[in-house]
Design a protein around this ligand. Structure first.
Ligand SMILES: [Zn+2]
Length: 491
């Protein structure tokens, strides 16, 4: 799992080509990607190093990192007192997602705009197979959705909803098309998403053989299908009963089955939005056993507890798996800190307030999801690094490097090593501010992250060398974001 390229470049001094004095001062107008940018004097996180360094960007890529005091460039950015971090990689977002009678309000314009403001320069979306449709078609549809809209680079995880032979035959084609990570759901039968275990086994065999990885939404459907009607029948319809309908064992049981599938098949698995201590133990044990299983958690499980569901506006925090208690929140942070949880994504699922209100009197009718694409990076810095829970290096790993590695983007994304795309976030570690609807740029007309006291604020965001966000100003042209053709490492 150690990244190639890092060791070779880890020698002391400047990395990459010297920023020779011969850079002609070619005109680089606002937003121009041509020419060179010198980011001077910031605290740079590169590989395993945190140090005061300069960073030279040439065109779309990072050219050199080191002491570049004598270098010239077309433009110079003073990063004194700022952190210089790799752009965020959020491998779990839902754009234009049709779900529970609504569709997410984040499309490729509004979703990637919020991502950019939040320091995320690469996103990976999901494309659900529709009844009668092929996987290839879902991927082509996503390319249409992104055309003229995407502000940051984007990729796709196809979602299989039907494991017939025609679909299985398409799996190697998905890998070839740069979408080698396919997701399936172990629940949501009424939304047409549920896949049975025997189908998952067939899918993971094909997928692993083709060089891919199966992502799983791990919740035991039988338990949910028994609990929901029982609770509703008893009149227990308030938001908190969403958590009762899916106690932690619902996830643990599904993960137990996944571990068994991994043993049986030798397949490659990734568990999305892990949120239970039992599940964490199973995943940690499976990794120790040498099974090819990894897991992420999501921002909201590290920030909120199920107490939010007790509020009058508790439907804001209905998501699956549900939020848990304070003990679980602490346990998940420990897993993030020590690496049993590899990374943290947003699971951005931005439903309008009107749609969330479907669940006002019935928790089971509320579209499950929390808009979180923009808060992720800064919340994890504030709660994680400023809050003393994780190191700055670990922060860079969980928001950028690990998702890039595990989802086939490294070392092009996820690092500030020379040669990587110049996706760079400048963050003021001392800035104090309040996160909320007024300070966020997401398309939803409400926010779950309201009134949170923050330490650390993004100042500038570069995407492939282009200054995309400058303070509160967005500079990029919609459509500039490119499709990320991904390929997993052989491990
Ligand atoms: Zn999701």
């Amino acid at each position: 799992m150690s990244g190639e390229g890092r060791d070779a470049a880890a020698e002391a001094g400047a990395r990459g080509d010297p920023a020779g004095p011969g850079n002609p001062a070619a005109a680089a107008g606002p937003g121009a990607t041509a020419g060179t940018t010198l980011i001077r004097g910031g605290t740079v996180v590169v590989g395993e190093t945190v140090a005061r360094l300069d960073l030279l960007v040439r065109g779309e890529r990072i050219a050199t990192v080191g002491d570049l005091a004598g270098s010239r460039a077309d433009r110079v950015v003073d990063a004194d007192g700022l952190l210089v971090l790799p752009g965020g990689v959020d491998s779990h977002v839902h754009f234009n997602d049709v779900f529970m009678g609504t569709v997410s309000v984040h499309d490729y314009l509004t979703g990637t705009r919020a991502a950019a403001y939040g320091g995320t320069t690469s996103v990976i979306d999901f494309s659900n197979q529709v009844p009668g449709g092929t996987l290839t078609k879902t991927l082509e549809d996503k390319k249409e959705e992104a055309r003229g809209k995407a502000l940051v680079d984007w990729g796709v995880h196809p979602v299989i909803t039907r494991a017939d032979e025609a679909t299985l035959t398409e799996i190697p084609e998905m890998v070839r098309m740069g979408a080698p990570t396919i997701k399936c759901y172990m629940t949501y039968r009424s939304d047409g998403l549920l896949m049975e275990d025997e189908d998952l086994v067939r899918i993971v065999r094909r997928l692993t053989e083709a060089g891919g990885m199966l992502m799983l939404h791990a919740e035991d459907n039988d338990a949910i299908e028994a609990n929901v009607p029982r609770l509703v029948g008893e009149g227990k319809t308030a938001p908190i009963f969403h958590a009762w309908s899916k106690p932690p064992e619902v996830e643990t049981e599904a993960i137990r089955r996944i571990v068994a599938m991994a043993r049986e098949t030798g397949g490659r698995f990734f568990i999305v939005h892990l949120a239970s201590p039992g599940g964490l133990e199973l995943v940690a044990g499976a990794m120790e056993e040498g099974l090819d299983i990894r897991a992420e958690t999501c921002t909201h499980y590290l920030v909120f507890t199920e107490a939010m569901l007790e509020r009058e506006d508790g439907i804001k925090w209905i998501c699956s798996p549900p939020l848990r208690d304070e003990g679980v929140r602490q346990t998940l942070w420990e897993g993030v800190a020590d690496g049993r949880i590899r990374m943290v994504t947003s699971d951005d699922a931005a439903y309008s307030w009107e749609a969330k209100l479907y669940g006002k009197d019935r928790f089971d009718l509320c579209p499950n999801g929390i808009p979180g694409i923009e808060p992720r990076f800064q919340i994890l810095y504030s709660e994680g690094v400023a809050g003393g829970r994780i190191s700055l290096l670990r922060f860079a790993e969980i928001v950028s490097t690990e998702p890039a590695r595990l989802f086939g983007l490294y070392p092009r994304k996820g690092t500030l090593e020379p040669g990587a795309d110049a996706d760079i976030v400048l963050l003021d570690p001392e800035a104090r501010w309040i996160m909320g609807q007024d300070t966020l740029h997401m398309a939803t007309d409400w926010s779950a992250y309201e009134g949170i006291e923050m330490t650390g604020r993004i100042v500038k965001v570069f995407s492939r060398g282009e200054l995309l966000v400058d303070g509160n100003e967005l500079l990029g042209t919609p459509g500039r974001g490119r499709y990320l053709h991904r390929r997993l490492d052989v491990q």
